[in-house]
Design a protein around this ligand. Structure first.
Ligand SMILES: Nc1ncnc2c1ncn2[C@@H]1O[C@H](COP(=O)(O)OP(=O)(O)OP(=O)(O)O)[C@@H](O)[C@H]1O
Ligand SMILES: [Mg+2]
Length: 303
């Protein structure tokens, strides 16, 4: 070997060594957890899901969480109506591969973002495997952009809504103290329990007259779900009936922004605090994020 070649070899060896040392000494890149996917649902309609979704998103965002709302109420999408914002594009544009995920993210108040569903879900089932894979791949960018994704579903016990519930890592089930709302909530829990008894279902009682009325409803639901379905429900809190909510809806503004001192806003902040604590203490974030959620979702919908 010539002198020159020998020198070159030494330089390369040194370089390799340096790289190896650097690799060992370099601080580990912070591990980004996948986003928590929380589906907000109810048995009966009109119980306050959309208002809870929006105001919870705002409360979580004010606590430093990066929150994206996915409006999955494809029949009557109304996150945009309650925000008073008209989105330019919807999820449909992503499904049709016309826009990328960044282009369909609309800015909401307090640093929240939302994606309007459009009439997307029907089109999702029409896609072939390759198109679905591309869609899921595209959407999984959301894991990098959000800590929490809140999915607002339509009401009811339909297959589509059930698919969203079954696919989510965490479920927030909303009921009012009305007996019809409670029995429909129970029916939904039963449907979930038929598919998966391990899912975390948290219950919110909305529009109750008092905290004791709300706690009665929560306790009863927890008891019957445990006894008859073998499902452990977690009380997530309550929101009292509050005229500020009605007024804010008419103004097309989130109540926690226009009436931050209202009872409803205080209640939502309590729920948000609890969600953050629970999320940190349990293993929820060890999931597959948006990718896992959507893969399960399209799997359920194809059946
Ligand atoms: N805590 C509350 N106090 C008073 N009124 C409330 C409260 N929560 C909700 N409402 C009323 O209920 C209406 C329905 O709320 P919202 O649209 O959030 O329900 P939803 O469950 O999303 O309905 P849908 O099933 O049609 O999607 C609101 O417009 C408001 O008038
Ligand atoms: Mg709604």
């Amino acid at each position: 070997m010539t002198d020159q070649a020998e020198k070159l070899r030494q330089v390369i060896d040194n370089l390799k060594l340096k790289q190896a040392v650097n690799r060992v000494l370099a601080p580990a890149a912070p591990v980004k957890r996948n986003a928590r996917v929380i589906t907000v649902t109810s048995g009966k309609g009109g119980v306050g899901k959309t208002n809870i979704t929006i105001n919870l998103a705002i409360a979580l965002s004010e606590q430093g969480q990066r929150v994206i709302i996915l409006d999955a109420d494809f029949g009557l999408a109304n996150i945009d109506v309650l925000f008073g914002i008209v989105p330019q594009y919807t999820l449909l544009d992503v499904i049709k591969n016309k826009k990328n995920i960044l282009e369909v993210l609309t800015e909401g108040p307090r640093n929240t973002k939302f994606i309007s569903g459009g009439s997307g879900v029907e089109d999702l089932v029409k896609l072939d495997r390759q198109q679905i894979a591309r869609f899921v791949e595209n959407m999984s960018l959301l894991d990098k952009l959000a800590d929490i994704i809140i999915v607002d579903t339509g009401a009811g016990l339909s297959e589509n809504v059930m698919s969203f519930v079954a696919a989510a890592d965490e479920v927030l089930l909303v009921t009012t103290p009305e007996p019809t709302s409670i029995t429909d909530a129970y029916a939904l829990i039963k449907m979930v329990s038929n598919r998966d008894r391990t899912k975390t279902i948290r219950v919110i009682v909305n529009r109750s007259e008092s905290s004791s009325e709300a706690n009665d409803v929560l306790n009863k639901l927890v008891l019957v779900a445990d006894r008859f379905l073998g499902i452990k429900l977690e009380p997530a809190g309550y929101i009292l009936h509050d005229e500020s909510v009605v007024k804010a809806v008419k103004q097309q503004q989130p109540f926690s922004i226009v009436y931050p001192k209202s009872q409803a806003a205080r209640n939502i902040r309590e729920i948000s605090d609890k969600l953050i604590q629970r999320g940190d203490s349990n293993q929820q974030n060890r999931n597959n994020g948006v990718r896992g959620f959507l893969s399960r979702l399209v799997g359920f919908m194809k059946v």
